[in-house]
Design a protein around this ligand. Sequence first.
Ligand code: NAD
Length: 336
Amino acid sequence: RKLNIALVGLGRYANILADGLLVAQHCRLAGIVTGTPEKAKDWKKRFNLDDKNIYNYQNFDQIASNKDIDLVYVVTPNALHKEYVLRAAKAGKHVIVEKPIGISVEEARDMITACEKAGVQLAMGYRLHYEPYNMEMKRMGQERIFGKVKLVEASLGYKAISNPGEWRLHKALSGGGPLMNLGVYCVQAGRYITGEEPISVTAQYGPVTYPDIFKEVEESITWQLQFPSGAICTSSSSYNCGIDRLYAAADEGFFELSPAISYGPFQGRTSNGPLKFPETNQQAVQMDEIAKVILAGKRLPDHISGLEGLLDMKVLMAIYQAADSGKKIAITPEKQ
Ligand code: NAD
């Protein structure tokens, strides 16, 4: 059978996930949670949804008695992740939550605890963990294919935000600017290419060149993570400059991707030559792989766990602290 997924928050990314679910083999779009009745009507028609699997934000908790839904995928603005993860867990549903896990480390802990207590699994929507180019970067780093990694450069930015009503520009809903939205991928890359947890960070905000738009969140930010081995990961995330790149310099060579983090097509090479992998439907593969594990009654792998989301959130918060203070901030290891 296929795993039945309900999407919460039918915005841009939920539409991309829904397209992925149309071609997925092990899961399907079975339900939706939306505050907009027109969207409910439109999605019901487009995806042939059963009326009893369509919820709004008020009656969402009734999903607890709906045997047709196995997993709830939270795709709302960041500050609303926690509420829906907690409600889904209470309803006894497994959960995937989009990145970043929430807007604080405390929220991350609350989500992990709630899912553990409810006996449901919590996964991060880290699509790149199922994307071949990115996983090759991780492998080459951790297996030291080119020797010890000394430097990672990981940056992601785009120049698209001009609507002041966009929730990403409002700190209460986003938790921050491009760091929260895009920087989380760079932190991930630094962590999984080195296979280490950063011990300290320095960071600098970029100039505000659009003061009418960037009133609450940073327009751009640059930071440097220091790892126990001496490796460094230097990154920028930006809402005023297009950049999408991963680069790793190791003792005996380099490996890189650009584009690296967006939806592809990707391009990669190493000091030995080009990298070539099939392009995948990232969302379909991600949800299929998660579905297979849950359908088999097994535990989801650690690399997409809620704890991963928490570890990234710790680093994001330390980056803000470093940029705010101008000081090097130590990152305390998480007791596991
Ligand atoms: P979006 O603005 O397009 O969609 C957000 C949805 O949440 C909308 O349908 C909106 O109606 C709903 N919503 C519910 N309550 C709301 C409220 N109080 N204020 C505003 N909207 C509310 O945003 P998006 O781009 O789809 O992003 C949603 C989540 O998905 C974010 O956490 C984001 O980081 C994540 N995301 C992940 C990827 C990825 O590649 N993994 C890509 C894009 C977005």
